[in-house]
Write a protein that binds this ligand. Structure first.
Ligand SMILES: [Zn+2]
Length: 294
């Protein structure tokens, strides 16, 4: 928090920071791609020399027409990124003295920015399993899951500083069913082609052996994958704890938020930079669309 306050004290600090991200490595007009500009109507605007488009630093980014000031938005982004369990929109509204709707909207936008870019795939020893949010339905045996949602999870196994087996990074995705057709795109998006994968004996993984180094071992109700199952418990506990009811169509956003934080837990000094950088690349999302998508 001290580090944050040192860096961002005023609205101007935030705008300067955004200018550096947006135009630091060169200006390019959003409309005509011209690379020359003159001063715009305010100090944080740039006007295209060719088409005269006068662009604010926040235009065409997630920060366009925010209901909250930038300093508050940055602090909310910071808090949800570094606080171990994140913060619900109710908590944010209370703490920042804003309307819950404004906090909820901003959080939804940040969740979009927290989506993985799929640039940093999991490497070396990887375990993959699926789980249901809400637990197995006793009336629906096997992997069919009724109204509950199925999630596939991949974790990278590492040796931590204490010399113990632990989880490095992880990714999770909501899938329709556990067929190889659904599992394959997840493997392609999240796992390095040279990764050594271990799964349980589920037949949906079998066809993937063609393209991946994949070993299947008995799950023994999770005992075969102890670290992975602790991770699943953590996701479920978090969803239960601060989001009493996570609507089905929003689950992926919550999984993205959880893993954005989890995968950067050892880099808290730069987590806000990463989030803002990603937010600057996000197109502004109209309220109605965000409501539907979230
Ligand atoms: Zn232009």
């Amino acid at each position: 928090m001290n580090q944050f306050r040192e860096k961002f004290q005023t609205e101007e600090d935030c705008l300067k920071y955004l200018i550096e991200i947006k135009w630091g490595s060169g200006y390019k007009c959003h409309r005509c791609a011209c690379t020359e500009y003159v001063k715009g109507r305010k100090w944080f605007y740039r006007r295209c020399k060719s088409c005269k488009y006068d662009e604010s630093v926040t235009a065409n980014t997630m920060f366009h027409k925010l209901k909250l000031n930038l300093l508050t938005a940055f602090e909310i982004g910071f808090r949800i990124s570094v606080k171990k369990k994140g913060m619900s929109s109710c908590e944010l509204a209370k703490e920042f003295g804003c309307q819950q709707k404004s906090a909820w909207l901003l959080k939804g936008k940040f969740q979009n920015a927290m989506k993985s870019s799929d640039k940093y795939k999991l490497k070396n020893e990887i375990e993959v399993d699926e789980f249901l949010i809400g637990g197995f339905d006793p009336h629906k045996p096997g992997r069919s899951h009724g109204a509950k949602q199925l999630v596939v999870l991949a974790v990278e196994k590492v040796i931590n500083k204490k010399g113990e087996v632990a989880i490095g990074r992880a990714y999770a995705k909501v899938i329709d069913n556990a067929s190889s057709k659904e599992l394959k795109p997840f493997f392609e998006e999240k796992i390095d082609e040279h990764g050594k994968i271990t799964t349980d004996g589920w037949k949906g993984y079998l066809p993937l052996k063609k393209d991946w180094s994949l070993k299947q071992i008995p799950s023994e109700k999770g005992k075969g994958f102890p670290e992975l199952h602790v991770h699943i418990m953590n996701i479920k506990g978090w969803l239960r704890g601060i989001h009493h009811k996570c609507e089905n169509h929003r689950l992926q956003n919550y999984l993205d938020e959880f893993h954005f934080r989890f995968n950067r837990r050892n880099f808290l000094g730069t987590v806000l930079d990463k989030l803002i950088e990603k937010a600057m690349c996000l197109k502004p999302i109209p309220y109605n669309l965000l409501r539907n998508a979230n």
